[in-house]
Design a protein around this ligand. Structure first.
Ligand code: AMP
Length: 173
C-alpha cells in the first residue's frame, strides 16, 4: 500500500505558503489506518516500551492505538492550560514568537522506556521540546516515530541524539 496516496495536500493552510499534509484522508480509510499502524508497530515492537507519549493533537491518533497494541500506557503532551493536574512546561522558539507544551508531572518516571510519537516532523522544534519534557521526568527515550517527515526542513538535525523513524518522506513541498 502507498501511504502517500492517502495523504491530502492542502495548499495555504493554516497560512499562505504552507502545504498542509492532511492525514484525515488516511485515517478514514480502514485499510490505510491498519497498514500505517502495523508499520509503526513493527518499528517499536520488542523494545520494552512502557509508555507511548503522543503530541497534541494528531499524535494522539496513532499514538493511542500503538500504546494499546504494544501493551504500553499512553501519555499526552498538550498545549498550555489543557492538562488538569500539576504539569511541567517547556517553551521553545518559533520563527516568529514562541510556543509551549506541557506534560503531567507524574506521567512518567525513571523506570519508563518511552516511544515519542507525532504525525509529522517539520522543523523539529515541537519534538525537541517534547524530548526535553520526557527527560526532565527521568524517563528514557527509546525511539521517536513519525508518519511523515518533511526532509527539506531538516528537523532530524535537532533530534540527532535519538533514534528517529518516519514512514514516509518528502524532499520538497
Ligand atoms: P515542527 O515543530 O516544525 O516539527 O512542527 C511539527 C508540528 O506541526 C506537528 O505537530 C505537525 O502536526 C505540525 N505541522 C507542521 N508542518 C505541517 C505540515 N506541513 N502539515 C501538517 N502538519 C504540520
Amino acid at each position: 500500500m502507498d501511504i502517500k496516496k492517502l495523504i491530502r495536500d492542502v495548499p495555504d493552510f493554516p497560512i499562505k505558503g504552507i502545504v498542509f499534509k492532511d492525514i484525515t484522508t488516511l485515517i478514514k480509510n480502514a485499510e490505510g489506518f491498519d497498514y500505517t499502524l502495523d508499520k509503526l508497530y513493527n518499528l517499536c515492537n520488542n523494545k520494552g516500551i512502557t509508555k507511548v507519549v503522543g503530541i497534541e493533537s494528531r499524535g494522539f491518533i496513532f499514538g493511542g492505538a500503538l500504546a494499546h497494541k504494544l501493551g504500553a500506557g499512553f501519555v499526552p503532551i498538550r498545549k498550555p492550560g489543557k492538562l488538569p493536574a500539576d504539569t511541567i512546561k517547556f517553551t521553545y522558539e518559533l520563527e516568529y514568537g514562541s510556543d509551549s507544551i506541557e506534560i503531567h508531572k507524574d506521567a512518567l518516571d525513571k523506570n519508563d522506556k518511552v516511544l515519542l510519537h507525532d504525525d509529522l516532523l517539520a522543523t523539529g522544534g515541537t519534538m525537541e521540546a517534547a524530548c526535553n519534557l520526557v527527560e526532565k521526568l527521568g524517563a528514557r527515550i527509546e525511539l521517536i516515530s513519525f508518519v511523515i517527515e518533511l526532509d527539506f526542513l531538516k528537523g532530524r538535525e535537532k533530534l540527532k541524539n535519538y533514534q528517529v523513524h518516519s514512514l514516509i518522506h518528502y524532499d520538497s513541498e
